[in-house]
Write a protein that binds this ligand. Structure first.
Ligand SMILES: [Zn+2]
Length: 290
């Protein structure tokens, strides 16, 4: 009976689907899952990132991609020798359909608990509707949050600790998660950076998000001060997933995901783009007090 119910729910959620165009379809091509470092694995699609963090007491999955990504995640977890039913905690970088769209289905399939900050929980619960920038355009299957994540919370499972850093701007609840990984005698700082692109957002007098400029500025300052050894993020393009996989094939001895310089460059580049956008918006709105 429960199996039938799950199939019906899965069908209903999948039937809703989220992929809307070729751009999104291209982000969701299947790729081989792989171990990034220590107990951290990539189980996502070609660009839509999904991470598996394993412990002896069960596992954590960060992000779910689109609803259409979930069958790949399920297959990838299995391929790596783990069980979806051992996943205890689900996390989400931010509540946009390309990262949160599959959460309802993944939660059903795994039975895991979803943890999220208050502002993100609100968006997840209403399936991305009433987004400050997109309105109801990029909606997805709504999902209940089981546990609230507070600023600088430490999420613990087995011997793994994950820190929650609030990095709002791209969305109000954008959260960057960090953890540590062992590599020989070394301890690596690992960061799963939330999106920090300002898209075509109104940064100056945004009626739906009054603190957007301040939030972005604080986020950049926080990320600039963060020490990162292993740089990961919500989209493969942000941390050059494709290029790094090719480089790893060429030189299997050097793990390309250990990329301190790449992390700093990414934050610098995104902050420069934000500042440029802000300056351009100030030009076209000369009456706004600076
Ligand atoms: Zn996004």
């Amino acid at each position: 009976m429960r199996a039938l119910l799950l199939i019906l729910i899965a069908f209903a959620v999948q039937g809703a689907g989220q992929i809307r165009n070729d751009f999104e379809r291209n982000m969701n091509k299947p790729i081989e899952p792989f171990k990034i470092v220590d107990n951290i694995y990539y189980v996502g699609a070609s660009d839509v990132a999904v991470y598996l963090i394993t412990t002896e007491k069960g596992h954590i999955i960060l992000d779910a991609g689109f609803a259409e990504t979930v069958p790949m995640v399920e297959a990838n977890v299995k391929k790596l020798g783990f069980e979806l039913s051992d996943v205890k905690i689900l996390l989400n970088n931010h509540a946009h359909s390309d990262h949160a769209g599959g959460l309802a289905l993944l939660k059903e399939k795994s039975g895991a608990k979803l943890y999220a900050p208050k502002k993100q929980a609100k968006q997840l619960r209403r399936g991305g509707k009433q987004d400050f920038a997109w309105g109801d355009k990029l909606d997805f299957a709504p999902v209940e949050v089981d546990k609230r994540v507070r600023r600088d919370d430490k999420i613990r499972l087995g011997d793994v600790t994950i820190n929650a850093m609030f990095t709002p701007g791209h969305t109000k609840g954008c959260t960057t998660y960090t953890t540590t990984a062992n590599h020989g005698d070394e301890r690596y700082q690992v960061a799963f950076v939330c999106s920090i692109s300002a898209l075509d957002y109104n940064l100056i007098d945004n009626k739906n998000y009054g603190s957007i400029r301040k939030d972005f500025e604080e986020t950049f300052s926080v990320l600039r001060s963060l020490k990162v050894d292993v740089f990961l993020a919500s989209h493969g393009v942000f941390f050059k997933l494709k290029e790094k996989l090719e480089a790893w094939k060429e030189d299997p001895e050097t793990n390309p995901f250990v990329d301190r310089v790449g992390y700093r460059k990414f934050v610098t580049r995104m902050e420069a783009a934000f500042k440029k956008k802000l300056a351009a918006q100030k030009e076209t709105k000369p009456n706004i007090k600076r």
